[in-house]
Design a protein around this ligand. Sequence first.
Ligand SMILES: Nc1ncnc2c1ncn2[C@@H]1O[C@H](COP(=O)(O)OP(=O)(O)OP(=O)(O)O)[C@@H](O)[C@H]1O
Length: 309
Amino acid sequence: MTAVLNILNLHKNYGNQEVLKGIDVTLEAGKMLALLGPNGAGKSTTIDVISTLSSFSSGTVQVCGFERPFQDGEIRVRLGIVFQNSVLDERLSIKENLSIRSSLYTSVKRKSKIQEFVRLCGLQEQLNQPVGTLSGGERRKADIARALLASPQLLILDEPTTGLDPQARRQIWQLIKELRDKQNLSILLTTHYIEEAEHADDLAIISQGKIRMHTTPEHLKAISKRNRLLLYPHDTSSLCRKLNIQRISYTMGKEQLIVPLQNSFQALTIIQAVRPYLINFEVREGTLEEAYLDVLGGEEYAVSHTDQT
Ligand SMILES: Nc1ncnc2c1ncn2[C@@H]1O[C@H](COP(=O)(O)OP(=O)(O)OP(=O)(O)O)[C@@H](O)[C@H]1O
């Protein structure tokens, strides 16, 4: 597989402040990578470097097979970018905004392209409406339609769902899914809604200018420290004795004993060991957000974990 994004040991300074401290990120063609991290972690700075809007101090940045800063022109024409703040002109309609944008590209099929992306983004009814009067979700879709006009190989979405209500967020994700299926786009996105990263093939967690983990959502959940095994006993004291003998640590729940797991598969060995003492058992996976917070190690957030089970 070819990589549309290959970043190695990327460093960037703003004055004396080093904001990117040796970042490594890769994205294979046709895949979606979610860049996660707290405010000020360096996500937008990374995106600015990738999209040629910003210089960098050292490292290698290859985008769509071209290298920064030597081939910035080649990179720019292969990117579609949706910024945190809309770049559409509020006084103009969606149609006018897209027409002006598409005139930058030489495609002879300009009109049909606008129609295609307006349909894909579900904006037919709002086509002639001034952008300033659109809902947040509609505006974000119009931003995405604008980014698609460039026929990008890599679509970059900086917080595409921030500030949207749950229904509009779902619509945006439906659209992103369709874009992947129909346009075979590679997508790099940032989000503060950690559970949304489930939609991505890979995720990279960044904090204080460093990548803390680059993995898949499934793997991150599998290694979560919040995974636990719930054991429902016939006789609680016998089960406790057995667990103590086996040196398996646990806490008492209302009707069950709770065993923290290093990973989901550890449950198999424990169940084998205590099988005769059980009425039932259950493996509870931690959420992606919990696993994410574990990776950050509480350095950025104070986590209050109130789950009783
Ligand atoms: N133009 C700039 N000049 C100086 N410092 C900057 C500039 N842009 C960003 N920074 C600093 O770089 C660091 C990383 O900022 P960045 O915007 O990349 O974080 P982020 O992860 O995108 O945050 P958020 O989630 O809030 O958008 C921050 O400390 C920020 O203050």
